[in-house]
Design a protein around this ligand. Structure first.
Ligand code: SAH
Length: 344
């Protein structure tokens, strides 16, 4: 697959050169791509150049369906290979936050999450991740200077650090002055805890907000709900988080989904405080969102758990995920196969 959104401006310039076209065509092409145009919609490039580009894919992400909820819109995106992935844009007071997916499916196997139910199908390319931003910005009637999406969270389906090179390239493209020019401060990357890659990210691209899906501060318990904990234990994870915080100068966010009888006891709160007390961090408590294939319930102690942590001196808030009315909240995004009623 030759996806033009995978290319940086410099790479498009090299492509133009190889096609015997003037260099300035690269910027015209990039602008057109970022506006969500297909070859037919483009009016700036000569016909001959478009013919030379006929084997290239302009828009790798097509919005197949959009479900408008109270405070969010959930999208079904169709990929070039007919895979369907989901995404969600949330309407906050300050603007729109887009939650992007980084893989078709996921192989991390967390016991509470819908994205991993069928395992990993494949990685998304940088252009397929960027294509989600392009498609939704167009849907919201934004353009390049006046883009409607203000924040990006890599919290859709997939484990971003399990698709490291493509995600890194996406981060470079999305923050590029030649493109959407996002500020690093407005980008959050969430990981289940691939410690080696967290350290690599600290070296390669510090400055974006790092979010750790922790969900338990007890090693044995965490292994039960998150198989990745067997690969990188809590000590190793915290070392990598410290390294990231030090390199980026930013506090790290811990996500803690409260599951009834699994991680919501007073001892769990104590372990969480002990694990995080020497870190520059904030804790987000998230009520568990319903996933029909999973036999887990949200905690009944959410407020008590928050109060306990506050009393212990933690910086903590309860975060309700938006989009649960359209099954687009944290952990509810999943891969779909194009068939039946989807196949129009
Ligand atoms: N793989 C990455 C990115 C996914 S982000 C990660 O694990 O961080 C999605 C977030 O939703 C993660 O914090 C995940 O742990 C959380 N989550 C998964 N299932 C959930 C559920 N049923 N209810 C609430 N949060 C859930």
């Amino acid at each position: 697959m030759n996806i033009l959104l995978d290319y940086s401006l410099q790479e498009l310039q090299e492509l133009m050169q190889s096609l015997n076209e003037p260099k300035y065509r690269a910027k015209q092409l990039l602008n057109s791509l970022l506006l969500g145009q297909d070859t037919a919609e483009n009016t700036t490039l000569p016909k001959l150049l478009k013919e030379k580009l006929q084997d290239y894919i302009w828009q790798p992400i097509k919005i197949h369906r959009a479900y408008e909820g109270k405070d969010a819109v959930k999208f079904l995106y169709k990929l070039v290979d007919n895979n369907i992935i989901e995404g969600i844009v949330m309407n906050h007071k300050y603007g729109y936050t887009l939650c992007v997916s980084t893989q078709v499916g996921c192989r991390m196997g967390c016991k509470f999450c819908a994205s991993t139910l069928d395992g990993l199908s494949r990685n998304l390319s940088a252009g397929e991740i960027l294509g989600q931003v392009v498609a939704v910005n167009k849907y919201l009637q934004g353009n390049i200077e006046n883009r409607k999406i203000t924040n990006i969270v890599l919290m859709g389906s997939g484990e971003p650090l399990d698709n490291y090179e493509n995600v890194l390239k996406f981060l470079q493209l999305i923050t590029s002055k030649d493109g959407f020019n996002f500020s690093k401060r407005n980008i959050s990357l969430s990981t289940c805890g691939l410690a080696d890659k967290i350290e690599k990210l600290a070296d390669d691209f510090p400055g974006i907000i790092l979010t750790i899906s922790l969900h338990s501060a007890n090693q044995a318990n965490r292994e039960q709900i998150m198989p990745v904990a067997k690969l990188f234990d809590l000590d190793r994870l915290i070392k990598s988080v410290q390294y990231y915080a030090q390199k980026s100068g930013r506090r790290v966010i811990f996500e803690y989904t409260l599951i009834d009888g699994v991680n919501d006891s007073v001892e769990d709160a104590l372990s969480l405080r002990n694990l995080t007390q020497n870190l520059m961090c904030h804790i987000n408590l998230i009520p568990l969102n319903y996933v029909k294939e999973r036999d887990l319930k949200t905690s009944k102690n959410i407020y008590a758990f928050e109060k306990k942590l506050k009393d212990l001196g933690c910086s903590v808030t309860i975060r309700n995920s938006l989009g649960s009315d359209i099954e687009g909240a944290c952990g509810q995004l999943r891969r779909k196969v194009l068939q039946g009623d989807l196949d129009e």
